[in-house]
Design a binder for this molecule. Sequence first.
Ligand SMILES: [Zn+2]
Ligand SMILES: [Zn+2]
Ligand SMILES: [Zn+2]
Length: 114
Amino acid sequence: MMPTDDLAAIAHLDWKTVRCQCEMHGCDKDCKSNAAVQVEFHALDHCNTQAADTKINHFGNYTFLLCLKCLSDLTIVVAQHLVRLNMIGRYTCGTCGAPARDTRPDVLREVKQL
Ligand SMILES: [Zn+2]
Ligand SMILES: [Zn+2]
Ligand SMILES: [Zn+2]
């Protein structure tokens, strides 16, 4: 029989039962849904942040798991943010210069089904 800690670790790896990481996309709904997609989200204007407590990977992206509802909420928020940036003549990430015109794929770099 496996030690309980190992079983817990395996359960944690099973993304199909992982809860939506709602707080990661700045949503305050405290969503209880199961995650359905893995999202790679460019950390616009702070993608070079190297602090150990950030979740930004070496591509300058956050990676987190969301349910479909929160994915659609996030998509809307990003689109609105880009409209505001574009209105003041900004079309790139202020940090790395990557394009920031389209929600996908400029900011939502990748959306993978779990
Ligand atoms: Zn959410
Ligand atoms: Zn959610
Ligand atoms: Zn960047």
